[in-house]
Every structure is written in C-alpha cells, then in structure tokens.
Design a protein around this ligand. Sequence first.
Ligand SMILES: [Zn+2]
Length: 414
Amino acid sequence: MNPDRVLEDLRELARLTGGPDGARRVCWTDEWTKARDFLRSRLDELPVEMSVDAAGNLWALMAGEGEGFVIVGSHTDSVPAGGWLDGALGVFTAVEALRSQAEKGTPPVGLRLVDWADEEGARFGRSLFGSSCCAGTLDPDEVRDLRDRDGERLEEVVARYGVELDRAHESGSELRGARAYIEGHIEQGPVLESKGEPAATVLGTVGVERRLAVFTGETAHAGATPMPLRRDTFMATAQAALAVREIGLRHDGGVCTVGGATSEPGVITAVPGRTAMLLDQRHLDAGELAAMLSEAREAIDQAAADHGCEVELQHIWSIPPIPFDDRLVRLARQAVQDAGGKDTAIPSGPLHDAAEMARLIPTVMIFSSSSPPVSHTKEEDTPEADLRIAIQAYGQTVEGMLELAESGDLPPRE
Ligand SMILES: [Zn+2]
C-alpha cells in the first residue's frame, strides 16, 4: 500500500467536492455524482470491471485466480457541510488496495470494490440505503414516501439516478461469490485520541435500546404544597437519571444516556405532574445490553415509587449488537500492530454499512483515530501519521483475507 496515493486522492476529492463549509457530497445530488465521477476516473486506470447495481451501489471487480471475491469498500456520500474523511477514507483506501494488488499481478481470488449509495441518509433520513438494499433489510414501503426539505419523494429522486425502488433489493445478487468484507473508516469519536493511539480494530457495531420513560404524578402549587405531600415527576426523573448513569459506569464497555427530559406544565411556580425522559443504552454484548435495560427499568420504577409517581416505559427503537468475524478481527489486530499501532479493539457506536454486510458475510473494520474527535462537521480531521498507519493495517488485513480465501477458509457465498 502506498498511503501517499490515498492522501492525494482524498485531497483531490476534497478540492472537487468540498469548500470553506466542508464536504457537500450529499447522496442523490450533482455533487455526489461529481465525487463518483472522480472515483470512476481513478478506477479507470485499473484492470477492473465497473457496474452500478439496482440500488445505486457502484462496484469494481478485479478478477482473481480463484472464484469469488473479497469486498473492499465504504461510501463517497457525505452529510451537508461534512468532513473530508468520513466514508471517503474507506473508499480511497479500497482503491489503493486494488491499485497495489494490480501492481503485484492477479490476486488469488477476486478483489471487488463497492461504493455504497446513500450511507448517510442526509437527504431523506434513512441511513445505509444501498447496503440495506443489498442485505435485504430495506422495506421499500417504509422509505417510498420519505420527503426531502423541498418536498421531493425518495422514490422519484432515486429514479432519476437509475434506481427503481421496487427492484432495489436485486442488489443482493451482487453478493453471489462474496467471501468477506472489510471497511476502513475514521472513528468519529474520542476513544483512540484519548488513548494516544493511531488506529484500531473494530469488534462490531453496538446494540441499541431506546425508551421514553413517562412519569405521572400530580401538578401542584409550589407555595401551597408541603414537601412530604408532593408527587414530583421531575424529582423522580432526576433520581432515575442519576441511577442510569451508574448503570453505564457499572457495565464496562456500555454507555447509558439520558438525552433530555421535558416537564409539564414547566412553570416556575408548579410541581411538575408529568415528565418524559429520553433513555438510550448501547453495548456490544447482547446479554450486557439486556442487563443494562432491566437495571434501568428497576431504577426507573424505584424512582417513581420513591416520589409517589407512576411510570410507563415506552419502546422507541432497538437494534441488536452485530459482532464482526473473529478470524478477521484477529488478522486486523495483528495488522494494526505491525503497522505501528497497539493491539486495541473497540466497538463502533455509529452504525456503518459493514453492519449490514456482517449479517451475511465475514466482516471487519479498521478505524483511524479522529482528532479533533468529531465528525459530520468540517472540523473533522485525523493526523496524517495516523491515517498512514490505518491504511497500512488495512492493506495487510486485505492480504490476510485473500490468503484465507485461497486456503478455503472464506468460502464464496452462493
Ligand atoms: Zn461514514
């Protein structure tokens, strides 16, 4: 791998589709087409066969000696006013994997790049569009009538880009012959920066449980109601929120967040009779996640009882943890160390296209650090030295995957 070429491509992409406000490669727009044209121009220099599938994903296959292929990829689309690395790092590191492979000759099995369409969901609010079509987890009826800010319907907009929504699931046939998937990405958070580490292996994407806790007590006059006679839902919520924080601290690797609470009537002279509290819990381990949720339920019930209130826990959204492949995680951990990093492996809080692939084929990701540790903003950045290490680790992991595939350990998907 030659990290210089990746950095050069990334800078050129930023020049073409970025500006003082950051990246603007929002999917299903002209800027996204421009980013893709640039990607095509790089792929045109390589011995690959390019195609766009039924969901708008761009593929480029470099044939190998044996049947099937290892997939390398990420997404070129961005949020409006986004960063230069989110998605693009993974795509152009994948291009470099093809390029360095082409210089060595025919790979033992095929190597196939994918640029997933609309990972961000920036225009219509549905993330992972292309990869979920491919994985068969997107229901067209759930997205058909989504509208953008100008009132345009998703179904009509994607049609302009050659995607017939009711046939988008046909993208799944692209996985015939797929042996494994790898994605490089920036961390988008503070963990690696805080450890002083350049890169790490990703263990999987965390499971998420979201609930709304609605406390009901009694609205009462702040002057006329003595303390022992109150049924104060804000106090119940405050007690519950502190307990939720303790649950997050107790479960190693877990995070618990009370994103906010709204009290009614919400005036300075009234004890609030109703408060709704937003709860988000995440863990890579399904058992731990379930335990965190049941402990939160107990703490919330206890807080309600202690303040003479009732509480109802409403389900908002949940997704199970999606762990990556043990063998590929081992390869990546070694590669990160060989490239100059440490043997660090962390879960991903954000979802990625890799989570969709991990449902179907052996999958792994490698993160570079993010410094400052932010993303989806033009301030997003990573020290060049860290990017180089992540790129090298990625290249070595791809090598290892091709070897595993050659030895028959990663059979092609039917
Ligand atoms: Zn991304």
